[in-house]
Design a protein around this ligand. Structure first.
Ligand SMILES: Cc1cc2nc3c(=O)[nH]c(=O)nc-3n(C[C@H](O)[C@H](O)[C@H](O)COP(=O)(O)OP(=O)(O)OC[C@H]3O[C@@H](n4cnc5c(N)ncnc54)[C@H](O)[C@@H]3O)c2cc1C
Length: 392
C-alpha cells in the first residue's frame, strides 16, 4: 500500500523544527535584512553557534550524523522534512553537529584531527574540486600533487569554493597520476590552512553566507598520511560527496517557496487597486495556483528521492529529477511572487529580491540544470532508469 502520511515521530520532529524556526529564526528576519543592507553578515557566527547550542540542549544535534558520533542519525526523509522547515525563513541557519559525508572515510588518526572537531563545530572544512577550467566537466582537473619523499606537493587553483574564506582545512582533489586521470589518477587530500594554501573571496550576487573563494596552492607540502581514502580513489569520493545530499537543496527551496506564496497571498489580500484587492484578480490567482501545484509536485519529488535513499535504492536519478525540478520551478515561483509584490518586491525592505538572487544559484551549483538533464536522459537512454519511475 502506498502511504503518504507522516509517522508520529516524523510529525513530532517536524513540528519541533517548525516551532524552532517560528520562535528563534523568524523574529531575526528584519534584523538580518537590516544588516545585509549595510553589507554585513545577516547572522554572526556567535549567534549561529548560540542557536545551535540551544537546539542541542533540546537534544537536536547532528541531524544525519551517526549515533556513535553523538548525532541523531535521522533518515533522509526526516532530513528533507527538516530542511523544508528551515527553508521557511531566509535567516541563514543549519543545525550543528554535522560533517561532510566523505570525512567518514578518514582513518582513525584523521578522524581525531578532522572528523570529530568538525562535528563538534571546532573546525570548518571546505570541499574543493572545481577549477577555472573544470566545472561541469570535473575530469578536466589540472591541480597536481607530486610525491617528494614522504610528502605530496600540491600546485594549482580551485575556484568557487563554499566556506573557503574561513575554512580551517580543505578536502582538495588533485591529479596524482595524469595517465589514469579520473579513473584512478585523482586523490583527495586533507590540507590544513597552515600548510600554506591561500584563499581569495569571490564577489557574487548572493549574500555573504554564500560567498565562495578561490584557493591557491603553490608548492603546498602535505604529509602522506593526509590522503583521505585511497590513493587514486578521489574521483569516486568527489562523486559521493556531490551525490549524497542533492535532494536537500530542492527541499530548502521548497520551504522558501511555501513561505513566499503565503507572504504573497497576505500581500494580495491587503493591496487594492482599482477598488478591489489584487487577490480578486484572476491574473494574481493563477500565479498563486500555478505555484501551489508546482510546490506540491516538488514536495513529492524530494520526498520520493529521500525515501529511495532510506530504502537503500540507487537514488541518484530521483535526486537529479528533484534538483532539476526544484531549481527551475523555484526560480519561476520567486519571480511570480516578486511580481505580486509589485515595486515593493524589488526593494530590500522585503526578502523577495533576496530569495530571487539566492535561488538563482540552485540552477548552477552541485550540477547545473543542463548537467542534470544530461544525467537524466543518459540514465533513460541507457536503460538505467525508466520513465515509469521507481514503482515500475
Ligand atoms: C556560489 C557557488 C558555490 C560553489 N561551491 C562549490 C564548492 O563548495 N566546491 C566546489 O568544488 N565547487 C563549487 N561551486 C562550483 C559549481 O559546482 C560549478 O560552478 C558548477 O558545477 C558549474 O561549473 P562551471 O561554473 O565551470 O560552468 P561550466 O561547466 O563551464 O558550464 C557553463 C555552462 O555550460 C553548460 N554546460 C556544460 N557542459 C554542458 C553539456 N555537456 N551540455 C550542455 N550544457 C553544458 C552548463 O550547464 C552551464 O550552463 C560553486 C559555485 C558557485 C557559483
Amino acid at each position: 500500500m502506498v502511504d503518504f502520511s507522516l509517522s508520529e515521530t516524523e510529525r513530532d520532529i517536524r513540528d519541533w523544527v517548525r516551532n524552532f524556526v517560528t520562535r528563534e529564526l523568524v523574529p531575526m528576519e528584519n534584523e538580518v535584512l537590516r544588516r545585509e543592507r549595510r553589507g554585513e553578515e545577516g547572522i554572526t557566527s556567535e549567534e549561529k553557534n548560540a542557536l545551535r547550542e540551544k537546539a542541542r540542549a533540546a537534544g537536536f544535534w547532528g541531524v544525519q550524523t551517526p549515533e556513535e558520533y553523538g548525532g541523531m542519525e535521522l533518515p533522509a526523509v526526516m532530513a528533507a522534512l527538516i530542511e523544508i522547515e528551515l527553508g521557511r525563513t531566509f535567516v541563514p541557519f543549519s543545525f550543528g553537529g554535522g560533517a561532510d559525508n566523505i570525512l567518514y572515510y578518514a582513518n582513525e588518526e584523521q578522524k581525531q584531527r578532522y572528523l570529530l572537531p568538525t562535528i563538534a563545530g571546532e573546525r570548518k572544512s571546505c570541499f574543493a574540486i572545481t577549477e577555472p577550467g573544470a566545472g561541469s566537466d570535473a575530469k578536466e582537473l589540472r591541480t597536481t600533487a607530486r610525491k617528494e619523499g614522504s610528502e605530496w606537493v600540491i600546485d594549482g587553483e580551485k575556484t568557487f569554493i563554499t566556506g573557503g574564506i574561513d575554512a580551517d582545512f580543505t578536502m582538495v582533489f588533485a591529479v596524482t597520476d595524469k595517465d589514469k586521470g579520473a579513473d584512478g589518477g585523482v586523490t583527495c587530500f586533507l590540507v590544513d590552512r597552515d600548510m600554506g594554501w591561500k584563499s581569495e573571496p569571490i564577489e557574487i550576487m548572493g549574500e555573504r553566507e554564500r560567498q565562495p573563494a578561490a584557493l591557491i596552492f603553490e608548492s603546498v607540502r602535505v604529509p602522506e598520511e593526509n590522503i583521505l581514502g585511497e590513493l587514486g580513489g578521489g574521483f569516486r569520493l568527489a562523486m559521493q560527496w556531490i551525490g549524497s545530499g542533492r535532494y536537500l537543496l530542492p527541499a530548502r527551496a521548497l520551504g522558501n517557496c511555501e513561505r513566499m506564496v503565503e507572504m504573497s497571498m497576505d500581500y494580495a489580500k491587503n493591496r487594492s487597486t482599482f477598488g478591489a484587492p489584487i487577490a480578486d484578480r484572476q491574473a494574481i490567482q493563477w500565479m498563486i495556483a500555478d505555484s501551489a501545484v508546482e510546490i506540491e509536485a516538488l514536495r513529492w519529488l524530494v520526498l520520493q528521492a529521500a525515501w529511495q535513499r532510506d530504502q537503500g535504492m540507487d537514488s541518484r536519478h530521483a535526486q537529479s529529477i528533484a534538483k532539476l525540478h526544484g531549481g527551475v520551478r523555484a526560480n519561476e515561483i520567486v519571480d511570480r511572487m516578486l511580481q505580486i509584490h509589485g515595486g515593493m518586491g524589488y526593494t530590500k525592505e522585503f526578502p523577495l529580491e533576496r530569495w530571487y538572487r539566492d535561488l538563482r544559484l540552485l540552477r548552477i551549483f552541485e550540477g547545473t540544470d543542463e548537467i542534470q538533464r544530461r544525467t537524466i536522459s543518459r540514465n533513460l537512454l541507457k536503460g538505467h532508469a525508466s520513465v515509469s519511475g521507481s514503482l515500475g
